[in-house]
Design a protein around this ligand. Sequence first.
Ligand SMILES: Cc1cc2nc3c(=O)[nH]c(=O)nc-3n(C[C@H](O)[C@H](O)[C@H](O)COP(=O)(O)OP(=O)(O)OC[C@H]3O[C@@H](n4cnc5c(N)ncnc54)[C@H](O)[C@@H]3O)c2cc1C
Ligand code: FES
Length: 290
Amino acid sequence: MTNPLHAAYYADSAVQQRVCVVENVPLARDTFRIRFHCPQIAKRILPGQFVMMRLNAGDDPLLARPLALYDTVLDGDQQPVGLDIVYLVVGKMTGRLAKLSAGSDMEVWGPLGNGFATPPTDHLLMVAGGIGQTPFLALARQYLGQRVYGGSPLRLTPPERVTLCYGARSGVYLAGVEDFEALGVRVRLSTDDGTCGHRGLVTDLLRRELDGAGEGTHVVCCGPEPMMEAVSQITAVAQVPCQVSLETPMACGIGICFSCVAKVRDGQGGWDYQRTCVEGPVFAAERIEW
Ligand SMILES: Cc1cc2nc3c(=O)[nH]c(=O)nc-3n(C[C@H](O)[C@H](O)[C@H](O)COP(=O)(O)OP(=O)(O)OC[C@H]3O[C@@H](n4cnc5c(N)ncnc54)[C@H](O)[C@@H]3O)c2cc1C
Ligand code: FES
């Protein structure tokens, strides 16, 4: 199927697999990293893309849930053979996922969605709120030339700076900070309760980073919608390009059900609904009608 207007176009380009959990370890309060073996998806997935995951035991919840690529897992020959997904326990599926142990199986399909655009930049500035840091580890690694995703190397001059501004309710929820630091990413933290980093909002950190040094910066953002809206307003005023990765709830993940639509501006003063699962989840921030 070659027509992107046809639902099968997206379904046909994804792989559905029963996968085996390799490990499922806590990273922070209510937050886990699950690793599973799935070479076919791991070879093709790009930063910013996601997979749909469904538990095999029973039909509750019936529907799969979307979760972003945290990173690929390489074998001894540096070939991608698995995926790491980092998730926050919020409800039924993630609650049950947290109880899976090594050897359990699940159903996964992907890679799905468009992934991040990767324009050349002097300063890649990643802004994350809540569990919104998850799509950024692979993106940072890709920009820094430390790993190939999707089978072809990205021929980019690495940015002079790669920064993560990451805000959470409290220090106990900050997950994976050391993974970013290990890549050489500058990490700036904020918490609502002041238990770690700046006491206040992640947008305060963003303003500091942009203050007088916006030129050559490219912002990517993921987190709760009000935070993404605030980030898109700040970057618009600073005239800095910004991509947002939406976390709209999804039912099918492959363009069929239209449960995941967002209002996206058409560039002629109007807007239309677009499906976050196939036209997104990454959009230019100025196109979103918040
Ligand atoms: C493209 C994409 C990538 C994502 N990547 C990640 C990731 O890497 N890690 C991660 O932890 N989560 C991620 N999410 C969010 C994740 O899909 C939801 O948290 C998950 O579906 C919750 O399932 P559940 O059955 O545990 O919760 P449910 O029982 O379905 O819901 C529990 C509560 O959470 C609310 N809720 C559910 N989903 C969302 C949502 N998307 N936004 C706001 N509120 C919601 C429900 O309204 C309900 O109040 C992503 C979402 C999208 C669309
Ligand atoms: S989740 Fe079904 S169309 Fe997007």
